[in-house]
Design a protein around this ligand. Structure first.
Ligand code: ATP
Ligand code: MG
Length: 283
């Protein structure tokens, strides 16, 4: 996927090759259905150099939205999937041995700060605490990045934009973002799209008929209601698309929904039976 810091690019970096910012430019417009004014809001944020936080459950369009915004704003997109071993060094850069000499390699954040990219830190709470130290001066009006190892401060160019995501739902209190971090970002809340929009998304992404998409959306609504009866998180748009794709390729509805909806979201046999009943009633 364009604009993603994947294994291939990590490998390039390890080999001491400069990351080329042009690799991070999206060449095709991603399909995105706007839900409630988020495009305009984030465009204003981008123009005013404000960092943005995307909040919301898994599979509801955050990543797709960022890709779409990067394309629309004409800025490269550098995505970093945060995990518990991710350090400030991984983001900022490091010295690498190249033959006899050591050379400095910019990390994804430094690259974005210099070249005016959107840097998307996905699941920021997963990253180590030392990352907040570098994110703070970047996400207030100072907009600079300290590069401790080189004794440098670099100022972000105007087009640089920091976007972070997090899912407040299933994170423990320990993993909550600090107020001093949260209160640096404009927040855009994502949730499951309204029926009509979700229908269009499923139609487009799973290449199914409108009728089929409507049935899946109906199932989605009913399953999401089960959250009041002990289901941890509702079914994502992503999973409904998977179910649609399976059916589109000839898998019978019961089997498709079992594989794409019931089994992925719950291990509880009673809850699974309830969902299977819903599937039977709808298809
Ligand atoms: N508003 C939307 N417009 C177009 N496609 C959408 C939209 N919302 C969701 N989708 C579809 O749903 C899929 C899942 O969305 P996405 O990957 O953006 O979720 P996410 O919020 O980033 O999830 P996670 O938190 O797990 O990373 C997308 O690949 C896309 O097909
Ligand atoms: Mg995502």
């Amino acid at each position: 996927m364009v604009g993603h810091v994947g294994p291939k690019k990590d490998l390039l970096q390890m080999k001491g090759k400069e990351l080329d910012i042009e690799h991070y430019r999206l060449t095709e417009e991603p399909f995105y259905e706007e839900v409630s004014g988020e495009v305009g809001l984030v465009t204003i944020a981008a123009e005013n150099r404000m960092p943005v936080m995307l909040k919301g459950p898994t599979g509801c369009g955050k990543t797709r939205f960022v890709q779409y915004m990067a394309y629309r704003l004409g800025r490269p997109l550098i995505t970093v999937a945060c995990h518990e071993d991710l350090t400030a060094t991984d983001l900022v850069g490091r010295y690498l041995l190249k033959g006899e000499e050591t050379v400095w390699m910019d990390g994804p954040l430094t690259l974005g700060v210099k070249h005016g990219a959107i840097v998307y830190l996905d699941e920021i709470v997963e990253a180590r605490k030392d990352t907040t130290v570098i994110i703070h001066p970047l996400s207030d009006d100072r907009r600079f990045l300290p590069i401790e190892k080189r004794g440098q401060m670099i100022e972000a160019v105007d087009e640089f934009m920091l976007i972070i995501s997090y899912n407040p739902g299933y994170q423990s209190v320990l993993k909550e973002l600090k107020q001093s971090t949260k209160q640096r970002f404009l927040a855009v809340e994502f949730s499951y799209p309204p029926q009509e929009i979700e229908t269009r998304i499923i139609e487009h992404e799973a290449k199914v008929s409108k009728e089929m998409a409507q049935q899946l959306v109906k199932l989605g609504g009913k399953v999401r209601n089960l959250r009041n009866h002990g289901l941890e998180e509702g079914v994502s748009t992503r999973l409904l698309i998977y179910a649609g794709s399976l059916m589109q390729q000839g898998v019978v509805p019961e089997r498709a929904c079992d594989a794409a909806v019931t089994q992925p979201i719950t291990d509880d046999p009673d809850m699974q039976r309830s969902i299977q009943e819903l599937v039977k009633a709808i298809f």
